[in-house]
Design a protein around this ligand. Structure first.
Ligand code: ZN
Length: 161
């Protein structure tokens, strides 16, 4: 059963950056389980896995536009500390949920603190980076109607609800 839309797929993976540093890996833990065709994983990886079967091993390099997007300087802005009322102590690297002008939730990261100025960055931490995946396909099954309706996988390795 090759990977196609609406299959629940389990993969072991290691993600490295251009410098060869490991950013994320399923090694030592349970495989990642996702629903193909539902945007659960980045588009480039979904495309690379389409049509592959259990046991297949792939090494793929994915450009930013097929991963977390290009880095956008427009997403960096300077806010006043008063915008962070209720936060005891601001630190570089802290992340907050914020709503973007289009109403979508995004995560912003504090990049710099200077007096009353707080510089925040709404880019995904991996924006602008080429990503290298080593993937082994562990299991493929048909997703249930409920999983397809929800757009994610249930049970072990998936959503528990
Ligand atoms: Zn669900």
């Amino acid at each position: 059963m090759p990977i196609a839309a609406n299959k629940a797929v389990s993969i072991d993976y290691t993600l490295t950056n251009d410098a060869g540093e490991v950013i994320d890996s399923s090694a030592g833990g349970a495989p990642l389980v996702y629903l193909q065709g539902a945007g659960n994983i980045i588009p480039g990886l979904e495309k690379a896995l389409e049509g592959k079967d259990v046991g297949a091993e792939l090494t793929v390099a994915i450009e930013p536009e097929e991963a977390y997007g290009e880095y956008s300087a427009e997403l960096v802005s300077t806010l006043s500390r008063s915008m962070f009322e209720g936060v005891d102590e601001l630190e570089v690297g802290m992340q907050f949920h914020a709503s973007a002008p289009d109403g979508q939730m995004q995560i912003v990261t504090i990049r710099d603190l200077d007096g009353d100025d707080v510089t925040v960055d709404g880019n995904h931490p991996l924006a602008g980076q080429r990503l290298h995946f080593q993937v082994k396909i562990v299991a493929i099954r048909d997703a249930s109607q409920e999983e397809i309706a929800h757009g994610h996988v249930h049970g072990e390795g998936g959503h528990q609800h």
